[in-house]
Write a protein that binds this ligand. Structure first.
Ligand code: FRU
Length: 493
């Protein structure tokens, strides 16, 4: 039975989406059916399709009581909205159905695990959330909440674990058929930690161990964890709140963290060896991964940051986008990301230039657009002439542009959307170290109406940001202070 609260959301979104034209949305990035979207949830394969759920407040473009929106896709790029899947309609989740994940049960049902939020009181009488883990099983469209919810609550946790910050379960099934999940939590030191739970059947759960404690090393509370093996390594992705910048890492406040290390499945021991930001741009948070049938580990993040939610279009009809799906790999102790190869099927109108000498400002015929896939390879023009700065501007029409500037002497790459038309003083610049391989810098820039994603040196780093510049601003120009030589291949998408 669909509750009154869920039915109301489903009726509302169906009516409201009629007012949003195709051109008002990105072409191949998922947006909320209507209203507000945050984290990806329940990213999974079910019944031959990719399912993506998301944190959803259909009634306006600001965060509110969390529902789960729902969409499906065959290629991760063309999404079809389905009716909202969950609403805050039970005693244990009446203040929100927070983030979670999904798997397929042996009986063919799709199992969602999410955080139920209920407003309660601290022992001192102050209002606070009580967060518990809950289940709902369904057929890919309609989901029934489990009668024994919540399946994990404060009393299941060891001493000292917060009952207030206990959220975002990520589920997986082990080779022996049993289930695991990890959940973000806050221990007594106010930092973050990831708790590991196990279950024989996906329904009855037990605390197993603290998989890893932050000990105030990387930000505070760790949100939206994901954990998997990739290329022989254990990989933990999480989104820490309140990060401190460290050199070129962790500069976006609410940031992202990837820990790569060894994982012993027998003893559930994860020993991190390397850490890095997942994305070096402005807008990327709470990513979640899925294993594709062909074995690829694919990640999608919320293309937004809690610190920059006031950076938005005027009078938006929706707010929040998902990032491009990215194929992950681990090489040289780092996480590499590439746009999913399905994107290549969308490429049209190839325009190519080889060995173009750039000195001063230059435009190239046929190189423009706001929905495109463009690869640049940049190298010094000769040994004698120094180039101190190379810049590409896009989404450009006087006085607007967004730029990527490269300073070879420092291997510094800077993204800047200060002149994209924003009237808000939020974070508009980001930087990363982009070492040139044999003095060649490779940039793959993907634009989709309201965003730019830059894959650096075949995906060693990525910079992601939203831009809301008027769509008429579709110019692209190149600049070198000195001389560089550049190859360009551009496709429309
Ligand atoms: C992360 C997050 C999650 C929570 C959800 C609420 O962006 O704060 O921890 O489940 O958003 O919408």
């Amino acid at each position: 039975m669909t509750s009154h609260i869920l039915q109301k959301a489903r009726d509302y979104e169906k009516e409201s989406e009629k007012g949003i034209g195709k051109e008002q949305r990105p072409e191949f990035h998922l947006t909320a059916r209507t209203g507000w979207m945050n984290d990806p949830n329940g990213f999974s394969r079910y019944d031959g399709k990719y399912h993506m759920f998301y944190q959803y407040h259909p009634y306006d473009c600001n965060w509110g009581p969390m529902h789960w929106g729902h969409a499906v896709s065959e290629d991760l790029l063309h999404w079809e909205h389905l009716p909202a899947a969950l609403a805050p309609d039970e005693a244990y989740d009446k203040n929100g159905c927070f983030s979670g994940s999904a798997i397929t049960l042996p009986d063919g049902r799709h199992l969602l695990m999410y955080t139920g939020v209920l407003q309660g009181k601290t022992p001192e009488g102050k209002p606070c959330d009580i967060q518990t883990q809950c289940l709902a099983a369904g057929d890919g469209t309609d989901y029934v909440k489990y009668e024994k919810n919540p399946v994990l609550e404060g009393s299941d946790l060891p001493e000292g674990c917060s009952h207030v910050d206990f959220r975002d379960p990520k589920l997986w099934q082990k080779a022996d058929g049993s289930y695991c999940c990890i959940v973000g939590n806050r221990p007594a030191d106010g930092s973050g930690q990831i708790l590991l739970f196990s279950s024989p059947d996906g329904f009855s759960w037990k605390f197993k161990k603290v998989l890893i404690a932050n000990q105030n090393r990387f930000g505070k509370m760790w949100e939206c964890p994901d954990f998997f093996e990739l290329d022989g390594k254990g990989v933990l992705l999480t989104s820490p709140q309140d990060m401190l910048a460290e050199g070129m890492e962790y500069r976006s406040g609410n940031g992202t963290l990837c820990l790569i290390g060894t994982y012993d499945e027998e003893t559930d021991t994860f020993i991190p060896q390397q850490d890095q930001a997942i994305d070096y741009g402005i807008d990327f948070y709470a990513p979640q991964t899925v294993l594709a049938p062909d074995g690829r580990r694919i990640m999608i993040g919320w293309m937004q940051n809690w610190d920059t939610c006031s950076f938005r279009a005027e009078n938006p009809a929706w707010f929040g986008q998902m990032s491009l799906p990215r194929e992950l790999s681990v090489k040289e102790g780092r996480l590499w990301q590439k746009p999913v190869r399905e994107l290549e099927d969308m490429r049209r109108n190839r325009v190519e230039y080889r060995d173009v000498l750039i000195s001063g400002t230059q435009r190239l015929d046929g190189i423009q657009g706001r929905k495109l896939d463009m690869e640049l390879t940049v190298r010094p023009a000769d040994q004698e002439t120094d180039c101190t700065k190379f810049e590409v501007r896009f989404a450009q029409k006087e006085p607007y542009y967004t730029s990527l500037s490269f300073y070879p002497a420092q291997s510094l790459l800077e993204f800047d959307r200060s002149f994209s038309g924003t009237r808000r003083a939020v974070l508009n610049q980001s930087r990363c170290l982009a070492e040139t391989e044999g003095s060649e810098l490779k940039l793959r820039i993907i634009l989709d109406r309201f965003s730019a994603e830059v894959f650096i040196n075949d995906g060693k780093q990525v910079m992601t940001a939203t831009i809301y510049t008027d769509q008429e601003a579709d110019g692209i120009s190149f600049y070198a202070n000195g001389k560089i030589t550049m190859d360009v291949v551009k496709y429309d998408l």
